[in-house]
Design a protein around this ligand. Structure first.
Ligand code: HEM
Length: 530
């Protein structure tokens, strides 16, 4: 499928068709007829069109009629837009699954599934491709990036990407990672001395964008050094993230929206920043083999054709967003959960002090000893995955059987990580609590009451924080290395507490699900350990 929606696609969509026909009805210049007649005729037209759409969507003739779900969601996607606008999609999906069970109709032509046996059928090799939800997020002036490609084209591009994340390549990034991580703790220390408290949400944003810019383009962002986001990139990205999340629910609006002056302002500004980074990278080169090196195939390993510059720019820009937001959110969530559960913080601190007794925590060769920290990280990614609901896959031609239902072509299928991870069929007991030991083997776990063997359920296939299958997170290993380094360095350097007046009970309510997650300030006091 091409990047743009063709006029035929648009005309097949009832909402757009209604709008176009409505406009035509209103502006037809038949002089002898009164305007009131026009208003009456178009009103009657709209009312009958709308009621027939609603009746069909609620009727037993609709192909998804057997899938249970709330009436508002069955009737229109506009309801999802409203929920998304409020950033409450993950909460709404959880409530729907609690009420209707493991398979829910969440839109007229959309379902959500939290049955782990559907994971391979949806995300595995030969599963469902990405569809219009992803296309709507794609800047139509730029070529497709890895996130929106499907099938053979995706596999070809992914081969090039994979080279940037093989063990040798990842080792090469350790030096720049250590530099950014050290700048982060130095920055937190200085800010704490000045102001007594520090907002981890902001500082993790600075860190992750600086590191990603360095990793992708060999530099270009200096928020840590400046202690602020001088160019306003974070605000730009937040705007981009929210508009992207909204239009993805109503792809027909994407065609119109792209033509409204100003609607794509944040995308254009973001592209302009990326072009500055590209110019710099081309002019100065890089000290290490960065992602740009691999994506442009500077080593000339591609036998058939070299990657096109326009495609590399699109991928590089996507990499910054995909890698920075997610890691920053994961780090913030981790520190929230560990400070909320001080008994685990204590054990974590002892482990970090033992593993790094005589070394700086930037030494990644010791990360294999961080078993408890790793378990805490997995548990925080389970309870609060950075992609709370994620994007849906689309049923291809011919339809598919998924989770016991036959789904016709075009059906959107969600596997929402936030809800899947809180399904007691997948993780039990204490499904909604922070219990890191559920990730440890019985030998490493010393707390049987927390983690009883009988009746325990721990379905790793249901753990979707990094997705699953051929389009899973390509940066997963780098992200883990990065997070383990930052967390151990911070624990080694500081003692943390929530800041005075910080409402730790209500902080999760500040989380907004816009595909990526936005969240409120996480205010802490960081005392340097002696
Ligand atoms: C805690 C950190 C991270 C989390 C939780 C995470 C999560 C995810 C998830 C859930 C997906 C699938 C998205 C979808 O199907 O819609 C994904 C894809 C992707 N991630 Fe990550 N990610 C993280 C860090 C990174 C980093 C550091 C990079 C580095 C560039 C990265 C690059 C990508 C790319 C390029 C894709 C698209 C892969 C494809 O379509 O083949 N991610 N990530």
């Amino acid at each position: 499928m091409g990047l743009m929606y063709s006029m035929t696609d648009i005309a097949h969509h009832p909402n757009v068709l209604a709008a176009i026909l409505g406009i035509v009805t209103c502006v037809s210049p038949v002089a002898s007829v009164q305007w009131t007649d026009y208003i009456f005729t178009s009103g009657a037209f709209y009312a009958s069109l709308l009621s027939s759409i609603i009746l069909y969507r609620l009727s037993p003739f609709h192909p998804l009629a057997k899938v249970p779900g709330p009436v508002m969601h069955k009737v229109s996607k506009l309801w999802s837009v409203w929920i998304c606008w409020q950033g409450r999609q993950h909460i709404e999906f959880k409530a729907m699954h609690d009420k209707y069970g493991p398979v829910v109709r969440t839109g007229p032509n959309e379902i959500s599934v939290i049955d782990p046996s559907a994971v391979s059928d949806v995300l595995g090799a030969g599963g469902l491709p990405k569809g219009k939800w992803y296309l709507a997020r794609q800047d139509e002036r730029a070529p497709s990036n890895l996130l929106t490609l499907t099938g053979g084209k995706h596999a070809n591009r992914r081969r090039v990407w994979n080279r940037g994340f093989n063990p040798d390549a990842v080792e090469e990034y350790d030096e720049i990672l250590a530099k950014s991580a050290t700048q982060l703790v130095d920055g937190i220390e200085a800010r704490s001395e000045e102001q007594g408290e520090v907002d981890l949400t902001t500082w993790f944003n600075y860190f992750s964008y600086d590191f990603m810019a360095e990793f992708v383009f060999g530099g270009g962002s200096d928020m840590l050094e400046q202690g602020k986001d001088k160019k306003g990139i974070l605000e730009l990205l937040e705007h981009h993230m929210i508009t992207g999340a909204l239009v993805a629910h109503i792809p027909w609006f994407f065609y119109l929206g792209n033509r409204i002056p100003g609607a794509t302002r944040s995308t254009l500004k973001m592209r302009a920043h990326a072009m500055e980074w590209v110019q710099d990278r081309l002019a100065k080169g890089a000290k290490v083999k960065d992602l740009w090196y691999h994506l442009t195939d500077e080593a000339a390993l591609e036998k058939e054709e070299q990657p096109q510059m326009k495609e590399v720019v699109a991928d590089a820009l996507m990499a910054i967003v995909a890698g920075a937001d997610t890691t920053s959110v994961a780090l913030t969530n981790f520190f929230y959960l560990i400070l909320k559960n001080p008994e685990h913080y204590q054990r974590l601190r002892e482990e970090v002090d033992t593993v790094y007794a005589d070394a700086d925590a930037t030494d990644v060769s010791r990360q294999s000893g961080l078993k408890y920290l790793s378990a805490c990280l997995d548990e925080s990614l389970r309870l609060l995955p950075p992609g709370l609901t994620g994007g849906p896959r689309q049923v291809p031609q011919g339809g598919r059987m998924i989770a016991g239902y036959f789904l016709p072509e075009g059906t959107q299928v969600y596997l929402p990580p936030y809800v899947m991870h809180r399904n007691p069929e997948c993780f039990y007991p204490r499904t909604n609590d922070f219990v890191p030991s559920r990730w440890l083997s019985p030998e490493d776990s010393d707390s049987d009451s927390e983690n009883p063997l009988s009746g325990r359920r721990h379905n790793r296939k249901a753990f979707l924080s990094f997705s699953f299958g051929p389009a899973n997170c390509v940066g997963k290993k780098l992200a883990r290395r990065e997070m383990l380094m930052v967390i151990s360095l911070m624990i080694q350097r500081f003692d943390f507490n929530f800041a005075k007046g910080f409402d730790s009970e209500r902080w999760p309510e500040t989380m907004k699900d816009f595909f990526a997650t936005s969240r409120g300030p996480l205010k802490v006091v960081a005392r340097t350990r002696v």
